[in-house]
Ligand binder design. Structure first.
Ligand SMILES: *Cc1c(COP(=O)(O)O)cnc(C)c1O
Length: 397
């Protein structure tokens, strides 16, 4: 299977196409089944074609698709209220993607200082290895050269510091600093966790210097780590949080959550979107929350995360030349590879297990949150088989 020549060549895709999905499984047109532990890169939070999501989407599709934000959209108000009830936030803006949620977060942080008499405060401190999206502002925020090269001058106002170097953060704070932006657990960067007390240390710095604490929970949010939001593992309250991937369960949507105070500058006309928060997206987002917020669901994500981690740790013990270590929280796991992660990923695919490569030579496992114990054991078995075959090939070489 070759990519059609009619497409931009921006993706190097696996030679696979799927025709349908059910739960944690994807099927090719020939009926070959793959266990999907990439989950559309943390998007298919409830797996493929979850009956509750299919019902919500098809019911809405027969009623109303799109009206624009010129009118009230009851589904938006309902979803916003539920996000507010279950988080630090007082206000929500809906978008179509993670990068747009970050754009809104960045604009909200800058506008906050503007309306508080500090238009000079627009700079945002970010961390090496971060990923915040592919728009011009979010590639500047992420700061990775490979994503910025050839796209003209870097958007002004982002100061990268080495990953979780607190002294560097302190040194970077100046009279123009508006905010600190960080993923509570780096996704694309390789499932890199903050040190214990890390978020609290940033919160303290923000409070001392009048900065806003902005979290990118596009990948960690909506139950992925076993809490609705990863920051809820700490007692830190952020000012602004961007979410996307998991909230739509596969329907493209995102949101920027903010305190009332931080959103003070986002008044009528300052920001907008044509598609964001449309009735179809809101029907699905509300349906995702019905499941994720059900009694016991998040606790079960944590329990299954431990089951996965234990299985993976056993493989790392037995094949340290292939898997050097295990990272992650809940159902956001990383395998630090001893061989190139692309090779490990290929070997997993040969076992019909789908995973997602990340930075720092890591393979990510981001299974649907509805994965059951047997599916987790099957994944662990397949990873073990792949690791054994890679180790045998290494030994023979
Ligand atoms: C995926 C991701 C984004 C970008 O989301 P898009 O929907 O691709 O724009 C931003 N931040 C993080 C942490 C992500 O994982």
């Amino acid at each position: 299977m070759m990519n059609s020549g009619a497409l931009f060549g921006t993706f190097s895709r696996a030679p696979l196409a799927f025709e349908r999905g059910e739960g944690c499984w994807l099927y090719t047109a020939n009926g070959d089944g793959y266990l999907d532990f990439a989950g559309g890169i943390a998007v298919n939070s409830l797996g493929h074609c979850h009956p509750h999501l299919v019902a919500a989407l098809t019911e809405q599709a027969g009623k109303l698709w799109h009206v624009s934000n010129l009118y009230n959209i009851p589904g938006q108000e309902r979803l916003a209220e539920r996000l507010v009830q279950n988080s630090f936030a007082d206000r929500v803006f809906f978008t179509n993607s993670g990068a747009e949620a970050l754009e809104c977060a960045i604009k909200t942080a800058r506008r906050y200082h503007f309306v508080n008499g500090h238009p000079e405060r627009f700079r945002i401190i970010t961390f090496e290895g971060a990923f915040h999206g592919r728009t011009l502002a979010t590639i500047a925020a992420g700061g990775q050269k490979k994503y910025m090269e050839g796209f003209g001058p870097k958007v002004e106002g982002f100061d990268q510091v080495p990953f979780f170097d607190l002294d560097a953060v302190k040194a970077a704070i100046g009279p123009e600093t508006a905010a600190i932006l960080i993923e509570p657990l780096q996704g694309e960067g390789g499932i890199r966790e903050l040190p214990q007390g890390g978020l609290a240390a940033l919160r303290k710095l923000c409070d001392e210097h009048g900065l806003l604490l902005v979290l990118d929970e596009v990948q960690t949010g909506v139950g992925r780590t076993g809490k609705l939001f990863a920051y809820q593992w700490t007692d830190v309250e952020p000012d602004i949080v961007a979410i996307a991937k998991g909230i739509g369960g596969g329907f493209p949507m995102g949101a920027c959550l903010s305190t009332e105070n931080a959103a003070a500058g986002m008044t009528a006309g300052t920001h907008g979107t044509t598609f964001g928060g449309n009735p179809l997206a809101m029907a699905v987002g509300n349906a995702v929350l019905d499941v994720v917020l059900a009694e016991g669901f998040l606790e079960d994500v944590s329990r299954k995360g431990l089951l996965l981690k234990q299985g993976l740790a056993g493989i790392a013990d037995d094949f340290p030349q292939v898997i050097e270590g295990i990272r992650g929280v809940g159902l956001m796991a990383g395998l630090k590879c001893g061989l190139p992660n692309t090779e490990v990923n290929k070997a997993l695919r040969a076992q019909h297990l789908l995973a997602a490569p990340a930075g720092d030579n890591v393979i990510r496992l981001l299974p649907p949150l509805i994965a059951d114990d047997e599916e987790i054991r099957t994944a662990v078995d397949r990873i073990r088989t792949a690791a054994a075959s890679l180790a045998a090939a290494e030994a023979a070489a």
